[in-house]
Design a binder for this molecule. Structure first.
Ligand code: GAP
Length: 450
């Protein structure tokens, strides 16, 4: 990774903390690795992203149904889904410090290709090339590590009380497939959508919120007639691009990676990883998989419940197949911040601003009286603030520091418009609107503002 890219990532992480977007989890106690807390602006940006997704994929469509399942699920779910046996990452240990690392990450960092490598292949590469741990020590052989967080449910701590924090939201959809069909009997194809927390005990969480141990997913299981899977898959490829467009990500920074069979998840017959040019490099933003009838078939077998769909007005029955677009909220947010982070020069001074799409900006308008010690200006500005707040909600009152400082602060948090009430406003009932990207200012009458 070149220095510039590193610097950009560091600048984003530092802005995110300084301006109240994202903080290290449990920071006052020294932190908890792989966890992040959202501050006032971060939670607003995150919700704007999640609401946009919900509107685009659930509310604006006729064929989509929302669900919100419990995070804790019967342990049988994770046995049937294959997660207990196969949801693993390759782990190596520093033989001196006993610190643990992802073997594939160390190999990649050392310039090796890791696609399709078995554990033995990785072990051989590490020993043949004398690859050391980041502490400079020898490494163990590579073994697997299950990433699910295990817990127990209820007062008795035995085998039967084991449960897991869900590593994907998808299973909460599959387990409710039958319920929704019984309540709504939708025509095929139709989809179930869910947003919510997922947990993975990542061996080495890294790169800010990119790889966390607790994160949020937005997933759709789109149930189809198996004969149509290729057409439906293609439709979802273009829907995913509409999503990345709606996030304001430049099309040339979004790439499709056809995942080779050896690297696909155990349930997938075709996967495209949508990658984004993050400051840390080109990495996975979201995934699109053809999950076949793997999950409903497992449920039918393990739970002994019929998962077949009967085509209306016929005797045709089959277990629907599934196309699964799986979106990570944190990665979407990190992509949005990376694409929006800008530096330029205004009046000979360096300026940092977030060129966020208006519909995602945590604050849409900042309203200021030119001087905060002039009651007549403050009163007029409060009126304007109230008008805009009623319409847009996400409007900020900002009278801290001089006007130049306010502009800089609002630029840094991506506020598209600053509205300033000055002495002329008392006479002409107009305000100055200053535009974030161009820094241009224009006069607009208060009655036209709304
Ligand atoms: N249900 C399919 C599934 O979970 P996945 O590729 O393992 O597929 C889907 O995860 C998405 O979830 C990823 O593309 C990414 O956006 C997000 N994601 C996965 N692990 C993550 C982690 N440790 N931290 C942040 N986001 C993660």
């Amino acid at each position: 990774m070149d220095k510039n890219k590193n610097e950009k990532m560091e600048a984003i992480v530092s802005l995110a903390k300084r301006r109240g977007f994202i903080y290290q989890g449990s920071e006052v106690y020294g932190g908890l690795s792989g966890t992040w807390d959202y501050g006032p602006l971060g939670v607003s940006l995150k919700r704007n992203i999640m609401n946009l997704w919900w509107k685009m994929f659930v509310e604006d469509r006729e064929d989509m149904y929302g669900v919100d399942a419990a995070i804790l699920m019967n342990q049988k779910v994770w046995k049937a889904s294959g997660h207990v046996d196969t949801f693993t990452d390759p782990l190596v240990e520093d033989l001196e410090t006993k610190q643990r690392f992802r073997a594939d990450h160390l190999l990649k960092d050392a310039g090796h290709h890791v696609d399709g490598l078995s554990l033995d292949d990785m072990t051989k590469l590490i020993h043949d090339h004398d690859i050391k741990s980041p502490n400079g020590n020898r490494l163990s052989d590579v073994r697997t590590f299950n990433m699910m967080f295990k817990t127990t449910v209820g007062p008795v701590d035995d085998e039967s009380s084991i449960s897991y924090l869900r590593p994907e939201t998808a299973q909460g959809i599959f387990t409710n497939y039958h319920n929704v069909v019984d309540s709504f009997y939708p025509d095929l194809p139709f989809g179930l959508a869910q947003q919510g927390k997922a947990f993975r005990n990542e061996i080495s969480p890294r790169d800010f919120i990119f790889r966390s141990r607790e994160f949020e997913q937005m997933e759709i299981e789109y149930f189809i007639d198996p004969a149509t899977w290729e057409t439906e898959f293609t439709k979802w490829v273009s829907l995913v691009h509409s999503w990345t467009d709606a996030l304001g990500l430049p099309a040339e920074s979004v790439h499709e990676l056809e995942v080779p069979a050896a690297d696909r998840a155990h349930y997938s017959k075709r996967t495209i990883d949508f990658e984004f040019d993050f400051p840390i490099g080109r990495e996975e933003l979201l995934g699109l998989a053809y999950r076949t009838d793997f999950d409903l078939g497992n449920i039918q077998r393990e739970a002994g419940k019929n998962m077949e769909y009967t085509v209306k007005g016929t005797n045709t029955k089959f277990i629907p197949h599934v196309i699964e677009p799986s979106f990570g909220v944190e990665r979407a947010l990190m992509a949005v911040l990376s694409a929006a982070y800008m530096e330029d020069e205004v009046n000979g001074e360096k300026r940092v601003y977030l060129k966020l799409p208006e519909h995602l900006a945590p604050v849409k308008y900042a309203v200021s009286p030119l001087l905060k010690n002039k009651p007549e200006l403050v009163a007029r500005a409060r009126e304007v603030y109230a008008i805009l707040k009623k319409i847009h909600g996400n409007v900020m009152w900002d009278d801290n520091g001089n006007i130049g400082k306010r502009y800089r602060r609002q630029d840094e948090i991506g506020t598209p418009y600053c509205v300033v009430i000055d002495f002329d406003s008392l006479e002409d009932n107009a305000v100055t609107i200053r535009e974030r990207d161009t820094t241009e200012q224009k006069r607009v009458s208060i009655s036209d503002l709304a």
